[in-house]
Design a binder for this molecule. Structure first.
Ligand code: SF4
Ligand code: SF4
Length: 252
């Protein structure tokens, strides 16, 4: 995103809508064309192309504009603007629906654990270089990446190693989700690997764990999580699947 200094009147209304705070106010020098004492500039390196500033529809002087984007810059918009649907996967947003509705779709079967690392948050964003580190750590313990997930389908060069395409590594997005699954017996190793790689990341991340309960109602990942000294937040978000039931699994 860019702002046209000649059209900008420095009202700063757009600034509060920027989730990564890259719209900065500058004083207008006397020899600069345009109205107002101030104007804004957008730090293009930090901008994640979410279009929040434009979608807020607060700029009445038409100063904000979107230059044509080329790959790999287009990645920023695809992962940061929720109105964009990935052509490669047909999936809008950062992850896939099944991650939140496993009780409906049953992607993750008994004996398997779904792991999602949600990289980035408003205020900081996520660097794709960090995504690669996390993906490679998960690949190192034998995780299988979800093929319909945009990180796997669009960014990954090699799903066996978790390596991303080299030309996307310097890109920044508002957030992106790595989705993978591991057998239950590898879940502890996965937690260790995530914890280890997390020490060297610039981007913040949160961890989602998806695990169907056993027939007796026991959730087998809970004692493993507790042994690793991690807390399961009881006030975490719970997604209830209220949609059409597509579960074809006989055992459930
Ligand atoms: S497109 Fe998003 S990140 Fe870029 S300046 Fe606008 S609000 Fe900020
Ligand atoms: S809303 Fe428009 S005029 Fe106001 S500071 Fe932002 S770009 Fe400039």
């Amino acid at each position: 995103m860019r702002s046209d200094p000649e059209k900008c009147i420095g009202c700063e209304l757009c600034r509060i809508y920027c989730p990564v705070d890259v719209i900065h106010t500058k004083p207008r020098s006397p020899d600069m064309p345009g109205k107002g004492k101030y104007y804004v500039v957008i730090d293009e390196e930090g901008c994640v192309e979410c279009r929040c500033c434009v979608r807020a529809d607060v700029c009445k002087s038409g100063a904000l504009y979107q230059p044509e984007m080329q790959w790999p810059r287009t990645i920023r918009a695809a992962f940061s603007d929720p109105s964009i649907t990935f052509a490669e996967t047909g999936v809008p947003g950062r992850g896939t629906e099944e991650m939140k509705t496993n009780e409906v779709t049953s992607r993750y079967k008994r004996g398997m654990v779904g792991i999602a690392t949600e990289m980035g948050r408003p205020g900081v964003g996520a660097r794709l270089r960090d995504l690669e580190k996390m993906a490679m750590a998960l690949a190192g313990i034998g995780a299988r990446f979800e093929p319909k997930n945009p990180v796997t389908a669009v960014l990954m060069e090699d799903t066996r190693t978790g390596k991303l395409k080299p030309d996307v590594l310097n890109e920044k997005v508002l957030s992106a989700i790595i989705e993978a699954e591991v057998p239950l017996e590898k879940f502890r190793k996965a937690l260790e690997a995530i914890r280890e790689v997390g020490k060297n990341l610039e981007s913040v991340f949160s961890l989602d764990v998806i695990c169907p309960p056993e027939a007796d109602g026991i959730i087998p990942v809970l004692p493993i999580i507790a042994r690793e000294g991690l807390e399961v937040r009881i006030n975490g978000k719970t997604n209830l699947g209220l949609g059409r039931h597509t579960n074809k699994q006989e055992e459930r």
